[in-house]
Design a protein around this ligand. Structure first.
Ligand SMILES: C[C@@H](O)[C@H](N)C(=O)O
Ligand SMILES: C[C@@H](O)[C@H](N)C(=O)O
Lengths: 165, 165
């Protein structure tokens, strides 16, 4: 399946929250998100990677910038005391930029080109998450325009293929 | 937007590879995936979380089980020498299970319920990645059937809503 890049999506209306060093045991993920769900806060990305030594890992999710302060409060006042260990870190100076297309998942080439284009602009990739139709990266908010412009020209997209989420 | 869960997708035809402790600087992500793309190996999930102390992070991706050994070889023989630091870890005893539906991204409730259902079966979540229409978790391969059955009954799905990828 040849990848067909149809556009770039981007948004600066995100903030990320990370539970660092959470125990990697069943139940922890739902104990983190349960109180957030109870507060009716919309969650966009959820990213967890493997626990390097098999015992602790970091759990990150993003919310709308407007929900950042309240989410931070819930994590510090409800989730952390319930878990009994770990640390909360947040950052509301982020942007999410995604390359959208079909056949994405089958091509490491598209991903590695996207990452290379960003590195040529000295843009550091903070997080990565993919789906069948999208490769999304989280970067510093101030680099969003530069990232969108660089990807736009590298993948030969028209002006109207770019949409803000 | 009320979430509408339309089904469960699952596959045991995955293996995960992690570059532990890679430098969190521009260019690293493309130096990891470039040689994999050059070998025409299909990549499915790509997951990277924040660098806890801002300097090193882990980078994970999945390939088809059949490509596991070759991918491990490329990482050890080409990528690691190029990066000059870090460690390669792989695991081909995994399965990916996804809850599929529309309106997913807006509901922490769906995610936290999915995670809770898995924890009630004592299934440990190794990785998490989401998109607008899917919440995907990586778990141990031997727990795949149990996970699919537990999610199937918890979300009230018919037999024909379950599809193997
Ligand atoms: C860290 C968290 O995902 C844990 N492994 C769980 O299953 O809930
Ligand atoms: C770790 C890796 O993603 C790095 N931050 C990069 O931009 O390439």
């Amino acid at each position: 399946e040849e990848p067909l890049i149809s556009g770039i999506a981007f948004t600066a209306n995100e903030a990320k929250l990370t539970l660092l060093n959470t125990p990697d045991v069943p139940g922890v993920a739902s104990r983190i998100l349960g109180p957030i769900a109870d507060a009716n806060i919309e969650v966009d990305m959820i990213v967890q990677n493997v626990a390097p030594a098999g015992d602790y890992t970091d759990f990150t999710f993003t919310v709308a910038k407007g929900d950042y302060k309240q989410t931070l409060k819930i994590l510090n006042e409800q989730v952390l005391p319930d878990l009994g260990e770990g640390e909360v870190k947040g950052d509301d100076n982020i942007a999410k930029v995604s390359l959208v297309g079909v056949g994405m998942r089958s091509h490491a080439g598209v991903a590695s080109k996207m990452f290379r284009v960003l590195s040529e602009e000295n843009i550091n990739i903070r997080m990565v998450s993919t789906s069948e139709i999208k490769i999304s990266v989280v970067i510093d908010e101030k680099q969003m325009e530069l990232a969108v412009r660089a990807l736009h020209s590298a993948f030969g997209l028209d002006k109207d293929d770019i949409e803000s989420e």
